[in-house]
Design a protein around this ligand. Structure first.
Ligand SMILES: C[S@@+](CC[C@H](N)C(=O)[O-])C[C@H]1O[C@@H](n2cnc3c(N)ncnc32)[C@H](O)[C@@H]1O
Length: 446
């Protein structure tokens, strides 16, 4: 039987002190800001992307701290927290985010709960105060000495994360969680199966087992001034891009792929949403134009976003169902590469093969490459810190919850490619240090 080395309170505390000292020392050495609880302090770690020693020391510190917390709490209280206070933390975050409290509280000042309630249109002031009181315990907003509400570092960071939090904690993204066990019990194991049992379909509020993409489309009608589910989803995907990469969205993508090799060409972003990935990238990769392909519902949000970034001369949106053959590109362009960013995890192997097959035709005809950007799961244990692996696997579980899909390991990706075309192979894979995304270049042996 495995005998795990039992950590003690003092041994863990020592590890924490050592990692904290190292981290502090490295930040000073590289002239970077220390962590801070001030609303104007360090928000994320994107500035440390080029310093793997900082990132790995930080991950160690997080892992040791979590281990100490679990030890001090003990098993019963840890389980009580998962089914109690931690759930309330999510509920309070959802509520205050929906009420947009972070926009109403001034960044460099404070206001009374009554003024806050008036500003955000809340009538039940007492209940708002209770939500805030719990939020203070999370370090989300704080009460000033004169009883007013002010920002903390955590609440001040909400604007960048707000869209993702709104969507992820909302009904459509959460409903499947209640049916995961049932889906696992019911699901057949066949990779050939295109229609899979997805938890979110089992949780369909209309009881019709509608797939996620059908449910999201069916909620087309929004009240005047309100956004549709698709608009919220697109906004959330953009939020995830910024949020998941700790602010360093473009930097991660630039490190991962050889953009220079495509100069003068056109990249087709297949399932590119409203173009939120390529609007971040385009300013950094000169001489490349983009065609964003996605469902027609994304056309307007995409055009608005592209226009807002003044990139209409380089980025075109094309409504296209990626399960069907590739259309001619606008303006007679031909593809130099297809980009699939965070798409395949939503589909079973059979569904993913249907998405990849039309691209293989383009790879053959135009000698185009295909770049897959997504999460690759480790096959073994201890390949990364607990903190990193949780960040990675949390999205894998969400893929199952929503679509019955999920992320793949390199081995599983290779087996998928084999189902698509035996000439298709992985040319290279890279994962920028501590990025949750891996960058995979596919080529076709012709
Ligand atoms: C997980 S999102 C990824 C979006 C974007 N690539 C990113 O990384 O943020 C999956 C995308 O696939 C699109 N999609 C789903 N089914 C599609 C279909 N049949 N044809 C085209 N796009 C589709 C969705 O609209 C959505 O934009």
């Amino acid at each position: 039987m495995d005998q795990q080395e039992a950590p003690t309170l003092t041994a863990l505390s020592r590890l924490i002190t050592d990692s904290a000292n190292t981290l502090q020392h490295l930040l000073t050495q590289y002239n970077l800001q220390p962590p801070s609880v001030s609303p104007n302090g360090r928000k994320d770690w994107s500035d440390a992307a080029a310093h793997p020693d900082i990132l790995s020391t930080r991950s160690d510190l997080i892992d040791h701290t979590q281990a100490l917390l679990n030890l001090v709490r003990g098993p019963v209280e840890t389980l009580a927290a998962y089914s109690g206070s931690m759930l309330s933390e999510i509920d309070v975050l959802r509520t205050l985010n929906l009420l947009k409290v972070h926009e109403a509280v001034p960044l460099d000042g404070s206001l009374s709960i009554s003024d806050l309630a008036a500003k955000i249109g809340v009538r039940d002031e007492r209940s708002l105060a209770k939500q805030l009181r719990f939020a203070y315990l999370m370090g989300l907003f704080r009460q000033t000495d004169n009883g007013q509400v002010a920002h903390t570092a955590l609440s001040a960071a909400l604007p960048e994360s707000s869209a993702w939090i709104e969507w992820r904690t909302g009904r459509l993204a959460s409903q499947g969680a209640h049916e995961v066990a049932k889906a696992i019990l019911l699901r057949p194991q066949s990779v050939e199966q295109e229609e899979v049992v997805a938890p979110s379909a089992l949780a369909d509020p209309l009881g019709k087992n509608r797939a996620f993409w059908v449910q999201i489309e069916d909620v087309k009608e929004a009240a005047p001034g309100q956004e549709t589910e698709t608009e919220l989803y697109s906004r959330a995907m953009r939020g995830l891009l910024l949020h998941q990469n700790s602010g360093g969205a473009a930097a991660t993508y630039l490190q991962g792929l050889d953009w220079e090799s495509l100069k003068g060409g056109t990249i087709v972003d297949v399932g590119g949403g409203n173009g939120h990935v390529v609007v971040e990238l385009a300013p950094w990769v000169h001489g490349i134009s983009f065609v964003v392909q996605d469902r027609p519902q994304n056309e307007k949000p995409a055009r608005d976003l592209i226009e807002a970034h003044k990139l209409a001369d380089r980025i075109r949106f094309q409504a296209h169902d990626f399960l069907t053959p590739q259309p001619e590109l606008p303006d007679g362009k031909v593809p130099a590469a297809y980009l699939l960013v965070r798409v395949l995890q939503d589909w079973s192997d059979a569904g993913s093969a249907r998405i990849l097959k039309p691209l293989v035709r383009g790879m053959e005809k135009y000698r185009a490459k295909t770049w897959i950007i997504g999460r690759l799961l480790p096959d073994g244990f201890d390949e990364m810190s607990v903190h990193e692996e949780k960040n990675l696997r949390n999205m894998d579980l969400l893929g199952f919850n929503l679509h019955g899909g999920g992320d793949r390991s390199e081995k599983e990706l290779k087996s998928l490619l084999g189902m698509v075309d035996t000439r298709l192979r992985i040319n290279k894979i890279s994962r920028p240090h501590q990025s949750v995304l891996s960058f995979v270049e596919l080529v076709l042996d012709v």
